[in-house]
Design a protein around this ligand. Structure first.
Ligand code: PEP
Ligand code: MG
Length: 546
């Protein structure tokens, strides 16, 4: 399945495997000394993640910071100590404790399940440290290669050098997994959820197409030439604002979470920010950031963007992004729980503080700012948010459309706001009833599923009644071919990871608006995702292209 756009031709190298431990290993003689050794190993591993986080930017930095916190979790270390005291071999006690907690996380589903693989990575690194062997990781190579793995932990992906690792291929993962998000952030083409990859022998040369989501193990000379042509087309083709070949403007915006992301967005020609994810400022905090702290954070990002417009999303906490200070009750099914705008019903203060800080930062910088709320499902929620935002001085108010109920009633929700931004990651999750983190269900998150296009078409139709603009800020907007379909469906702006901008800009420049509309019609008329992709490519004149 496609996870990060672009193509690569190179030999495959498999990720080095993790050291194994066994209950039959010999326990250390001195229990206290073994416990001290384990404590040092956990400290070392946690510090390494933290140091990597310092060097990284954007989503990689956030994910590494969270993984450093996992490595410092006292409950985990307690369980390891108990294992050693009960006579277990030291390294194996780590494996056992990690497995115990990872199984609990996996059972919670959603983003928590994703944390299970991060925790296993922590465990493997601690074990390697205890055994004095190299940690599992990226193989060395003088030549650029396609990195293949069962799955990639954030510590692996975050340290990748895009000059060396020219493609990523994983057996597990989904289009919204960490591998996909980080690959896009680094601009490395990626294919995930590819069980057939197990058959690929180390050293085999492959053509990996992260846009179409396919891997060709025997690319012929014609296909290789097509890749080379496409790469040079992308490098030289479009620059400047997004537009189709016949001049229909499609502002290309960036999804950012930090000042570092914003700088990259400007460098890569983003015409603005279509989604400023604000939760990263709140994650890992013991209390809510103050209005002043928030104002300083938003001001820094607005200053970087200058006169380019910025759409800020209010806090999307709850569910997969739990915040301890909000004191929300535990939920059986957090993805369907109190998250996004629903928080406002139990905690008005957090939303008010945030809106106040955003408005103060806008006033200080003069940057054109829009504000939108996530997870809005009803007219009442849309109205309540728009009213409060207006009272606190916000001039452009919108909602994310990521719940099917909002899509179906877009005509009515649109009466309350100035713009819609479709979050296709969550919209797919709720439309298909498929956890966005589940690799087993990755096919349902394929943007080519015709039901997704039909839902987007319904949103655009509803929005027209009120002259409400419609953008897309989910991962689907970064697929160059699907981006053309979105334009054909009537979407007016596209927002994506900064490194995806070039590919989408080039694809748009290569087609006319009429072609985009024909591709959209073809997707709506298709009955399967595969047929939709094939028909759209034909309309876009990309059928034979990689
Ligand atoms: C989405 O759901 O598509 C989206 C853009 O928001 P997030 O991925 O942050 O939930
Ligand atoms: Mg969302």
């Amino acid at each position: 399945m496609a996870a990060a756009p672009g193509t690569a031709v190179a030999a495959v190298k498999w990720l080095a495997s993790a050291p194994s431990t066994s209950a039959a290993d010999t326990p250390g003689a001195d229990v206290d000394a073994e416990i001290a050794r384990v404590e040092t190993a956990f400290d070392t591993v946690s510090a390494r993640y933290a140091a990597q986080a310092e060097r990284a930017a954007g989503p990689a930095a956030d994910i590494l910071t969270m993984t450093a916190a996992l490595a410092g979790d006292p409950a985990l270390l307690d369980q390891v100590r108990a294992g050693i005291r009960a006579g277990g071999p030291t390294a194996h006690s780590v494996t056992e404790a990690v497995n115990h907690f990872a199984e609990q996380l996996a059972a919670l589903g959603g983003m928590m399940a994703e944390r299970a693989s991060d925790l296993r990575d922590v465990g493997q690194r601690v074990v390697a440290e205890l055994l004095g062997v190299d940690p599992p990781g990226i193989p060395d190579s003088a030549e650029p290669f396609v990195l293949a793995a069962q799955d990639l932990a954030p510590a692996d992906t975050a340290t990748l050098d895009p000059a060396k690792v020219v493609g990523l291929l994983t057996i597990a993962g989904g289009p919204t997994s960490h591998t996909a998000i980080l690959a896009k952030a680094l601009g490395i083409p990626a294919v995930v959820a590819c069980p057939g990859a197990v058959e690929i022998v180390e050293g085999t040369e492959v053509l990996l197409d992260g846009t179409a989501g396919v891997v060709d193990t025997e690319p012929d000379a014609q296909r290789r030439a097509a890749v080379a042509i496409e790469k040079s087309r992308q490098q030289t083709a479009a620059t400047g604002p997004g537009r189709t070949g016949d001049g229909h403007a499609v502002p290309l915006l960036a999804n950012v979470g930090s000042a570092a992301d914003a700088r990259l967005a400007v460098e890569l020609g983003a015409e603005g920010v279509g989604l400023l994810r604000t939760e990263f400022l709140f994650l890992g905090q013991q209390s809510s950031p103050t209005i002043d702290e928030q104002t300083a954070h938003y001001t820094e990002i607005f200053q970087i963007m200058g006169e380019r417009p910025v759409t800020v999303r209010t806090l999307d906490a709850g569910s997969d992004k739990p915040l301890p200070f909000l004191k929300l009750p535990a939920e059986e099914n957090p993805a369907l729980g109190v998250r996004g705008i629903r928080l406002a019903s139990v905690d008005e203060g957090t939303l008010d503080d945030q809106l106040t800080a955003i408005e103060a930062a806008r006033a200080a910088t003069g940057t054109p700012v829009k504000v939108m709320a996530p997870m809005v499902a009803t007219v009442e929620e849309s109205r309540a948010f728009a009213t409060r935002a207006r009272e606190l001085g916000v001039t452009s108010r919108g909602i994310m459309v990521e719940v099917p109920a909002a899509a179906m009633r877009a005509e009515y929700l649109g009466a309350e706001v100035d713009f819609f931004s479709i979050g296709t990651n969550d919209l797919s999750q709720y439309l298909f009833g498929a956890d966005r983190m589940s690799s087993a269900l990755a096919a349902l998150h394929d943007p080519w599923q015709p039901a997704l296009a039909a839902t987007i078409a319904a949103v655009v139709a509803g929005a027209r009644t009120h002259d409400v603009t419609v953008g897309v800020c989910g991962e689907s907007a970064s697929n160059p071919e699907f981006a053309c379909v979105l334009v054909g469906l009537g979407v007016s702006t596209l927002s994506m990871a900064p490194r995806s901008l070039a590919g989408v800009r080039a694809a748009l420049a290569d087609v006319t608006l009429a072609q985009c509309r024909a591709a959209a019609a073809a997707v709506l008329a298709a009955t399967t995702a595969e047929a939709a992709a094939r028909a759209a490519r034909a309309e876009l004149g990309r059928a034979g292209r990689v």
